[in-house]
Design a protein around this ligand. Structure first.
Ligand code: SAM
Length: 194
């Protein structure tokens, strides 16, 4: 069966991240994506994981500790739009799994304005050849607005500098999740002298 948006996003991250790499999880939530990134970069790498809810960061911390993969992770309790205040190194990969915390308060959800500011900041830190994966959920009203705005933002990225992929099932009911994957094209491939 074809992979869903989240599974496909994770396979792109697996293809890109190596031991010693640098990665961002812009929405830590229950820590599944943070743990994946932490495992991929290993103890010589670094992962920054953001969430505005302490409950989410506690769950992420517990998951990382249980897996013995907490040493390489910096947990930040702040909005992802301020990520550049915390990360001063280039990133090989970034993931944003937008929406609300599963099992948490559905009113605390990501929103278009801060999501786009965070995506812009993450792209600014991405290395050439680096990849950003954003999973969007249009099945609830705030999510539908956010998904539309982020898709509009992504479609306007200059094709000389970024390759943008949109991936979703076209015939599923109830607005299935959608993946936007953005790759920063290297200057060499753009034909620019590095
Ligand atoms: C769908 S969940 C993430 C799931 C997570 N990646 C996982 O693997 O379990 C979305 C998370 O985004 C968080 N969030 C909402 N607004 C945020 C913001 N401005 N900055 C950072 N995190 C935010 C929510 O608190 C929630 O935990």
């Amino acid at each position: 069966m074809l992979p869903n948006a989240l599974t496909f996003a994770r396979s792109l991250l697996e293809g890109r991240l190596k031991a010693g790499g640098r990665a961002l999880d812009g929405t830590a939530g229950n820590g599944h994506d943070t743990l994946l990134l932490a495992r991929l970069v290993g103890e010589t790498g670094r992962v920054w994981a953001f969430d505005i809810q302490k409950q989410a960061l506690d769950a992420t911390k517990g998951r990382l500790k249980a897996a013995g993969a907490d040493k390489q992770v910096v947990l930040v309790c702040d909005s992802h739009e301020r990520l550049a205040d915390y990360i001063k190194e280039p990133l090989d990969a970034a993931v944003f799994n937008f929406g609300y915390l599963p099992g948490g308060d559905k009113n605390i959800t990501t929103c278009a304005e801060s999501s786009i500011a965070a995506l812009e900041a993450a792209l600014g830190l991405l290395t050439e050849g680096g990849i950003l994966a954003a999973v969007l959920y249009g099945g609830h009203p705030a999510g539908a607005q956010e998904s539309a705005a982020v898709q509009e933002w992504a479609a306007a990225l200059p094709q000389e500098r970024f390759a943008v992929l949109r991936y979703a099932f076209a015939n599923q009911r109830n607005s299935p999740p959608l993946l936007l994957a953005v790759e920063k094209i290297s200057k060499q491939k753009q034909g620019i002298q590095p």
